[in-house]
Design a protein around this ligand. Structure first.
Ligand SMILES: Cc1ncc(COP(=O)(O)O)c(C=O)c1O
Length: 459
């Protein structure tokens, strides 16, 4: 049968038929690779993934069949087609389809073609990329900006570019993968501290400075954490950095442009504009394009990163089309329309949080475009997730190691274009899926306990 005729997985499931691997294990189990067969040794991951996929418990690698709108057609990665309310896209202000942005993209194509054709360290800059650097700098009140091909590249590149093996990095334990990868590739002296725990950070800084006054310290955090939707005290963090001769890097990927009356995110809300040592971010959440940036006060840091921040230096620059899109997005973000879109986004986020709580879900963090609805055990969360396509929902499940073990959750992403009705549809479907999954989950455990009992008796 062709893919397009495959129905989404339904609630009728015989728990006896679910293989153990589909509901247990995590991606962490396959990170270590041993043996000489470089390609063959990745196969256990594939077998585990296939078991999950075949039985409908693999919610990753979905594709959309149209633009990221509030209601959207999609496919899971077995090709099963479904349509539903979309809370899985990070187009927070709904700019991906904005007529002015599409017009700006078309005009840039007509003028420049579609390619920057070089690294920004060589001849890949365009008048659009230079204007975008200025726009980011003005927006953040930090005079110097370097663009990167993605936000990931910005996070990795700024750390790898500035930190050397004898230096130290002190980082919130929940910092994004790009920050962690950058940190571990730059130095072995990476010290993780408890999420948002200022006192733990202070103790680590004290300890490091007590024995090392010769090397640099970089403190790394996010202004809005992407799995928990919470935010650190940036004023206190920057003050601690000054006290211990450290520098602060803040990743503003998820709140810049979409939080606060002016759209300056938590950096603006905490009146820290221009006062953070280094700010990095991504255009891929609010600014309708791939791309990232690092902004700082020092021309020396900008020039150093241009040539030593590897992921920009040795990578093709953002295309003129991408830069024109982001530039127009900044213009909208800074306009009255941007303010209205942010109000709408916040209204929808607050409404979603309230409706989820009223339906019995555990919602964590503060109101933002990210609404984490915690389910708990991975097996139960996978069972809920399996049912969502048939109930008309596109949503992302996140589980360990992206979040703590036993704290699997739906990381719902709200867009200004969502209506209250979209939210109601989502919450109804999630409640229905959770109820059905809970009964399968209990049966699954009862059957597993019975099997274990029989095995024990037979022994
Ligand atoms: C906190 C944070 N930083 C950086 C990134 C990477 O951004 P990009 O999608 O532009 O590579 C993300 C996106 O997942 C993120 O959540």
């Amino acid at each position: 049968m062709p893919d397009s005729y495959m129905e989404p997985f339904s609630a009728e499931v015989l728990v006896e038929n679910i293989p153990r691997e589909a509901l247990t294990g995590s991606m962490r189990d396959f990170r270590e690779l041993h043996g000489t067969d470089l390609l063959g040794r990745v196969a256990p991951f594939y077998h585990w993934q296939e078991a999950r996929r075949h039985h409908g418990y693999w919610p990753y690698s979905k594709s959309t069949e149209e633009a990221p709108q509030p209601v959207c057609s999609a496919r899971d990665d077995t090709g099963r087609a479904f349509r539903g309310v979309n809370f899985a896209s990070q187009d927070y202000l709904g700019l991906a389809l904005h007529p002015e942005i599409k017009a700006a993209a078309k005009a840039a194509i007509d003028e420049y073609g579609v390619h920057s054709a070089g690294s920004s360290a060589l001849a890949g800059n365009t008048k659009y990329s230079l204007a975008l650097e200025r726009a980011v700098s003005e927006f953040l009140d930090l005079e110097h900006t370097i663009l990167y091909p993605t936000g990931w590249a910005a996070g990795y590149g700024v750390i790898k570019g500035l930190v050397r093996p004898d230096d130290h990095i002190v980082m919130d334990g929940l910092a994004h993968a790009c920050l962690q990868e950058g940190a571990y590739s730059a130095t072995r002296n990476v010290h993780l501290h408890g999420h948002l725990k200022l006192e733990a950070l202070r103790r680590q800084l004290q300890k490091i400075r007590a024995r090392d006054t010769r090397n640099a310290i970089l403190v790394v955090t996010e202004s809005l954490f992407s799995m928990d939707s919470d935010t650190p005290d940036l004023v206190a963090l920057q003050a601690l950095c000054r006290e211990y001769d450290a520098r602060l890097l803040v990743d503003a990927a998820h709140d810049l442009g979409c939080i606060g009356a002016e759209g300056r995110g938590h950096i603006g809300l905490q009146r820290m504009l221009g006062d953070i040592d280094i700010v990095m971010g991504s255009f891929s959440k609010t600014f309708a394009s791939n791309g990232g940036f690092v902004a700082c006060r020092s021309p020396a840091v900008r020039e150093y990163l241009k040539f030593y921040g590897c992921s920009a230096t040795f990578s093709n620059a953002l295309s003129p089309v991408q830069c024109a899109i982001v530039l127009k997005a900044f213009a909208i973000v800074g306009s009255e329309e941007g303010r209205r879109l942010r109000e709408r986004l916040l209204d929808r986020a607050v409404y979603l949080r309230a409706q989820l709580r009223a339906a019995g879900f555990d919602v964590i963090g503060e109101p933002s475009a990210i609404v984490p609805a915690v389910v708990g055990p991975e097996a139960l969360a996978r069972m809920v997730s399996r049912l969502l396509p048939a109930l008309g929902v596109v949503a992302n499940l996140v589980e360990f190691p992206a979040v703590a073990k036993g704290a699997a959750r739906f990381r719902l992403q709200v867009m200004a274009s969502h209506s209250h009705e979209n939210v109601d549809d989502l919450v109804d479907a999630l409640r229905g899926a959770a109820d059905a999954a809970l009964s399968s989950y209990r049966r699954y455990h009862a059957v597993a306990a019975e099997t274990r009992g029989k095995q024990a008796m037979g022994r």
